[in-house]
Ligand binder design. Structure first.
Ligand SMILES: O=C(CO)COP(=O)(O)O
Ligand SMILES: [Zn+2]
Length: 212
């Protein structure tokens, strides 16, 4: 398929950037970009984001059904769920980035607010981060909860797995997932130390509107 060449190139360059900086490893992580009313370009299953090529990408519809190209990511249904829930979102990024994945394994997190607003950029780019229950990768049992939660949150943390983030553009989704990863790192660095997160007022003043 030759449609959406720019979207193909932007997925490949984002994939390379994530892989090069160690934000994805092995064949983990997947990316998608909305390319039409009911069409989404997504990375294929089992691919390394370090080597996936523009011609290797899959096309799905907004129900997560395979339309064209190689077999899509097993998380394509989740990408579609976030894009359905957030009509203004143009892209979704999922990683198993180390610090966010580590936080996703911690006991005792608040499932409605898994990371505190340690910095202004976390409040601005991520907002509130809900923790979704554990499901095996590719298990569609997560679809309904993910779609419902994504109506009011652009970033979700999957228990014992990693983050998935929707953004207005692929650049915005990357920006947010990188901010999430850095905040997870700060959170783990600061564990056990007296910490002063943003106040509720400081947080509210920075948080993005729910459907942005
Ligand atoms: O991150 C992954 C599973 O959660 C990778 O799966 P895919 O290779 O099917 O995209
Ligand atoms: Zn995954």
């Amino acid at each position: 398929m030759t449609a959406a060449p720019d979207a193909r190139e932007s997925i490949v360059s984002a994939a390379r950037s994530l892989f090069r900086r160690g934000l994805t490893h092995g064949s983990t992580g997947n990316l998608s970009v909305r390319i039409g009313d009911d069409r989404v370009l997504v990375t294929p299953t089992g691919s390394s984001l370090g080597t996936v090529e523009a011609g290797d990408l899959s096309v799905i519809d907004l129900r997560g059904r395979h339309v064209e190209g190689p077999k899509p990511s097993k998380e394509a249904f989740l990408h579609a769920a976030l894009l359905r829930a957030r009509p203004r979102a143009g892209a979704v990024v999922h990683t198993h980035s180390t610090y966010a994945a580590a936080v996703s394994c911690l006991d005792g997190l608040d499932p409605r607010d898994a990371l505190p607003p340690l910095t202004a950029y976390f409040a601005m780019r991520v907002g509130r981060l809900p923790l979704l229950p554990y499901f095996a990768p590719g298990d569609r049992g997560l679809e309904r909860t993910a779609e419902e939660t994504a109506r009011t949150h652009s970033a979700l943390l999957l228990s014992n797995h990693g983050p998935i983030v929707a953004g207005a553009s692929l650049g915005a989704a990357l920006d947010a997932i990188e901010e999430l990863e850095e905040t997870a790192k700060l959170f783990l660095l600061l564990r056990g130390l007296p910490t002063r997160p943003l106040t509720p007022e400081q947080r509210r003043a920075l948080e993005p509107p729910p459907l942005s």
